[in-house]
Design a protein around this ligand. Structure first.
Ligand code: GTP
Ligand code: ZN
Length: 361
C-alpha cells in the first residue's frame, strides 16, 4: 500500500508504508525491525526503531506482541524512534510465551548431560504438537555419545514418527542442516534447562545471545518466563528462546490427545477405528490400541486430559453459582449467587400481584 505526501511544490509523490516486525517488548516500548527494502535514509545507521504504540491502539485494546507485523509512522531517524500505528492481521498466535506469527517449534534436547529422558521428551513433544505448528526435533551434544548410541536414538524416535536432527554445537555438526530447516521462518525454541538451547541459538545467529539482545541492559534477567525476544538468522528468519519451563502442562480435553501422536495418525490413516469418537482405550475394533512404545504414555495423558476436563467443568459450575466481589480492602471473594426460585424473597409487587390474582378467582 502507499500513502500520499506533498513536496514543497505540492507535487504529490507516493511514499511507501513503513512496515516491520516487533523483536522485543519492554514496558511501553517496542523494538521494531523494519523490513528489508524499507525507505530508510542513507544517514541512518540502523533498521531498528524504538516505538511507542499509538494512543488509538491502546483505546481499542489492540495489544502489540513480539512477532507482530506492524505499520510504523513518524519515524525520527536521528533519534531512532517511531510510533506503531497499526498491527497487521496475525497468522498464528502462541500464548506461552506470547509470540505472534510463529511458524515452527524447535524442540532442543541433549543426548546426554542431562540424560535424555524419553518421558520428558514426550511431554515436550505433545505440548509442541498442541500448538498446531510444525515441529522440528533437535538432539544436541552428539559428541558425548558413540555413533551406535546415536543411531539407536534415531531409530527409536523414527518409530515415534519423528526424524530427529542430531547436532553438536561444540563440534559444529549438523548446524547447517538445522539452519536450512529454519531459514525464512519464525521459530520458537523450547526444551529443558541445560540442553544447549542458548548455545544452539548463538551458533545459528552467529553471535552470543547476550550481546545480540536488542533489548540490551534494559531486559534485566533474560531468563525469566516473561521476557521473549526474537533474534535474526543471517539468511532470513527469526528465532525466539522460551526460557523458564521444564515440565510443560497440557491443557486440553481427551478428544484433542490423539492428534498429538504421529503414531496414532499413521495408524488411523491406514485403517479407521469402528467408532469415530474412539478414545483408543477399550473400544472394540480399535485400530490404534496396540504394542507401540508410547501407547502407555498415550493412556497416561488420556487420564490426565479427562481429569483436566472434569476440573474445568467443576470450575465453570463454581463460577456460575458464585460471583466475584471486590471487598473494600481490595481482596477478591466469591459470594454465592442467590437462586431466585429458592432463596430470593419475593418482591412486594409480585406478592401483590399474587394476591390480586387469587382475589380474582
Ligand atoms: N558436550 C557438549 N556440551 C554442550 C554442547 N552445547 C552446549 N553445551 C554445554 O551445555 C551447557 C548448557 O548450555 P546452554 O546453552 O546454556 O543450555 P540452555 O538449554 O540454554 O540452558 P538454560 O539456559 O538453563 O535453559 C553449557 O555448559 C554448554 O557449554 C555440545 O554440543 N556438546
Ligand atoms: Zn481406536
Amino acid at each position: 500500500m502507499t500513502g500520499q505526501a506533498t513536496t514543497p511544490s505540492s507535487e504529490p509523490i507516493a511514499i511507501e508504508r513503513l512496515t516491520g516486525t516487533v523483536l522485543a517488548v519492554q514496558a511501553n516500548y517496542y523494538w521494531v525491525q523494519l523490513d528489508p527494502g524499507s525507505p530508510i535514509p542513507a544517514t541512518c545507521a540502523t533498521q531498528r526503531l524504538l516505538c511507542l504504540r499509538r494512543a488509538r491502539l491502546k483505546k481499542v485494546g489492540q495489544q502489540v506482541a513480539v512477532g507482530d507485523r506492524v505499520v510504523v509512522v513518524e519515524p525520527d531517524w536521528q533519534g531512532q524512534r517511531g510510533a506503531i500505528e497499526e498491527v497487521l492481521p496475525r497468522r498464528s498466535w502462541l500464548d506461552r510465551p506470547p509470540v505472534a506469527n510463529v511458524d515452527r517449534v524447535l524442540l532442543v534436547f541433549a543426548l546426554a548431560e542431562p540424560t535424555l529422558d524419553p518421558h520428558q521428551l514426550s511431554r515436550f513433544l505433545v505440548k509442541a504438537e498442541s500448538t498446531g505448528l510444525a515441529v522440528t526435533l533437535c538432539l544436541n551434544k552428539r559428541d558425548l555419545l558413540s555413533a551406535a548410541d546415536c543411531q539407536q536414538w534415531r531409530d527409536r524416535l523414527r518409530n515415534w514418527g519423528y526424524d530427529p536432527l542430531l547436532i553438536s554445537v561444540y563440534q559444529k555438526q549438523g548446524l547447517q542442516t538445522l539452519h536450512e530447516a529454519l531459514s525464512g521462518q519464525t521459530t520458537v525454541v523450547a526444551g529443558p534447562s541445560g540442553v544447549g538451547k542458548s548455545s544452539t541459538i548463538g551458533a545459528l545467529i552467529g553471535t552470543d545471545l547476550r550481546t545480540a539482545a536488542v533489548s540490551g541492559k534494559l531486559a534485566r534477567g533474560r531468563h525469566t518466563t516473561r521476557h521473549v525476544e526474537l533474534f535474526e538468522l543471517p539468511d532470513g528468519g527469526l528465532l525466539a528462546d522460551t526460557p523458564g519451563f521444564n515440565q510443560p502442562q497440557l491443557t486440553c480435553g481427551p478428544a484433542a490427545i490423539p492428534a498429538l501422536f504421529p503414531e496414532i495418525q499413521q495408524r488411523l490413516a491406514i485403517a479407521p477405528c469402528r467408532y469415530g469418537d474412539c478414545r483408543h482405550h477399550n473400544e472394540p475394533d480399535c485400530a490404534v490400541r496396540g504394542d507401540w512404545e508410547r501407547y502407555p504414555f498415550y493412556l497416561e495423558l488420556l487420564e490426565e486430559a479427562i481429569d483436566y476436563e472434569a476440573a474445568q467443568e467443576r470450575q465453570r459450575q463454581t463460577e456460575s453459582s458464585f460471583k466475584r466481589k471486590i471487598q473494600r480492602d481490595g481482596r477478591e471473594v466469591l459470594e454465592p449467587r442467590l437462586n431466585s426460585k429458592r432463596f430470593r424473597r419475593t418482591s412486594r409487587r409480585l406478592q401483590h400481584q399474587a394476591i390480586e390474582e387469587t382475589d380474582d378467582l
